[in-house]
Design a binder for this molecule. Structure first.
Ligand code: AMP
Length: 329
């Protein structure tokens, strides 16, 4: 069928309105980009997604929108959305009355300026994906909204051991940056449910800790890893891989599965062999570790007493990839 879509785009930024619209077989979709103008009607239009750039507007609207005893589900992202992100959105739609997603490429969690600069951005496509998948509200702040001044970047969170291992060790300051932004977002959205992916296993543990520190009433729901057919964990950074690198990148997951399937052998020798194999194929491995699933304490060998997790981080040329698999008993 021929595509004859026109996108209506209503942008009220600084009182200017612009329209783009998609017509799909006579169906019109309207996106509101909401900034400093209160639109009271939009939430009555079922199926529309509203985009807020300012926290105060979003908060006001959420207060109005909140059904008594209704719940808000929140899916924070850095954009360049893929099926993994959308699986979180779908979980939220099942669990909560209102689903809020955010897109913000958070500068404070990047310990590498080049990685930040090259982080993929596909905002038009992201908006379409969120809207067509039933997201109610998108929070799309700019950097000044989240970090209005230097002081707003300075807070320190006591993450203890969690910050000293794995991602924390190889990306100093990363989890402080994650906590900075998630704390701000949670204070704005005041969600009942927070949806995050097991793909970022250690991040989920850090956020659990942050929720304790903040002492807020939000339930963290950890969603399974979505993978390509090859086994490669979906990731925004995969957009930076060439076709050949993408095929090679799937070896990370295969390596984890192979270790898991041989967990009657000694972990250290499996680890040494796997790291050598991967490095011979062009990866640069930051870490390959076995840990307790519940406390992330690093282990030297398998044990049958607790649930475990195998975690890996490796560079393929410039692109850093992470993955993990659970070993449940
Ligand atoms: P990001 O945009 O990379 O910050 O990710 C936003 C959220 O999506 C995080 O909670 C991630 O853990 C989650 N996520 C990223 N990739 C996947 C995936 N392949 N499967 C499920 N969740 C994912």
């Amino acid at each position: 069928m021929a595509m004859n879509k026109i996108l209506f785009f209503v942008d009220i930024y600084k009182w200017l309105i612009s329209l783009i619209f998609f017509l799909t077989g006579g169906k019109v979709t309207i996106f509101f980009v909401h900034t400093n103008v209160q639109l009271n009607v939009e939430l009555n239009y079922k199926g529309f997604m509203i985009i807020y750039k300012h926290a105060t507007d979003l908060k006001k609207q959420l207060t109005k929108f909140k059904i008594p005893n209704g719940s808000v589900g929140f899916v924070p992202t850095m954009g360049a959305l893929h099926e993994g992100h959308l699986s979180l959105l779908r979980q939220s739609k099942k669990a909560a009355e209102i689903t809020v997603a955010s897109i913000f490429v958070n500068p404070t969690q990047f310990n590498n300026a080049d990685d930040f600069k090259k982080y993929p951005k596909t905002i038009e496509q992201d908006v379409l994906l969120l809207e067509t998948n039933g997201c109610d509200i998108l929070f799309l702040p700019d950097e000044k909204e989240i970090y209005p001044n230097e002081e707003s970047r300075q807070k320190h969170f006591d993450l203890g051991y969690l910050e000293t291992i794995l991602e924390g060790k190889f990306r100093p300051g990363h989890f402080q940056g994650v906590c900075l932004v998630v704390e701000k977002l949670l204070n704005i959205v005041e969600a009942d449910f927070l949806f995050m992916g097991q793909k970022d296993f250690q991040q989920c543990m850090v956020i659990k800790r942050l929720i304790e520190i903040m002492n807020v009433n939000v339930q963290l729901i950890i969603c399974p890893i979505l993978r390509e057919e090859t086994g490669l964990a979906m990731s925004s950074r995969n957009l930076r891989l060439t076709a050949d690198e993408r095929i090679l990148a799937a070896k990370l997951h295969k390596a984890l599965l192979s270790i898991k399937n041989n967990c009657n052998e000694n972990f250290q020798s499996l680890k040494n062999k796997t790291v050598t194999d991967l490095e011979n194929q062009g990866f640069k491995v930051d870490y390959l570790e076995l840990a307790g699933k519940n406390n992330l304490a690093l282990l030297t060998d398998f044990n049958e007493k607790e649930d475990l997790v195998l975690l890996i981080a490796a560079y393929l040329n410039e692109v850093r990839l992470i993955d993990n698999v659970l070993i449940n008993h």
